[in-house]
Design a protein around this ligand. Sequence first.
Ligand SMILES: Nc1ncnc2c1ncn2[C@@H]1O[C@H](COP(=O)(O)OP(=O)(O)O)[C@@H](O)[C@H]1O
Length: 189
Amino acid sequence: MLNLVLFGPPGAGKGTQSEKLIEKYQLVHISTGDIFRAHIKDQTALGQQVSQIIADGNLVPDAITIAMLEEEINKNPQAKGFIFDGFPRTVAQAEALDKFLESINEHITGVLALDVTEEELKQRIAKRQEMSGRADDAADKLTKRIEEYFNKTIHVLPYYEAQGKLSKVNGIGDIDAIFQSLTAIIDNY
Ligand SMILES: Nc1ncnc2c1ncn2[C@@H]1O[C@H](COP(=O)(O)OP(=O)(O)O)[C@@H](O)[C@H]1O
């Protein structure tokens, strides 16, 4: 299996690049943000549990997120591999993912981290908010999300670096050029 983690701050372009990668490599895309938003839209019990947390720009508790992720993996027993987008966002999530994959005789192949400056992120999300209407894209919530990223999520990088699995890619510039940088790394795995 080809199991990739696409890593980066809010607005780094993980969703855009994931779409292109799943098509090229025939992988199953697991975006925890998208899954949470679908639950909120469908007003499931999980959706009701997390909707305020997400609207405020906070991270959903690990136990809830990890359980949901394992369920998504289990739903796709035929997958050639997965792209994890927006997960793991904490070291506890990264550890849980490794443990779970090990239990099904799998592992993370590599982690691709999109590097984007904070200034560029803010501009991109301001633009996106006009289109997405996402409550958590509003300026104050965005600040909270970026804070969560720098407080909790950034620590996931050294976790994978220690495993020799981390590759950093410049996330600013032409979408296709960034895609080429990603595929050059993947094709070398
Ligand atoms: N792995 C996760 N752990 C905790 N919360 C998560 C996770 N993935 C998504 N969320 C929640 O969903 C929100 C939106 O996530 P996402 O769509 O990935 O947005 P972003 O554009 O910030 O990368 C996050 O701010 C957080 O509240």
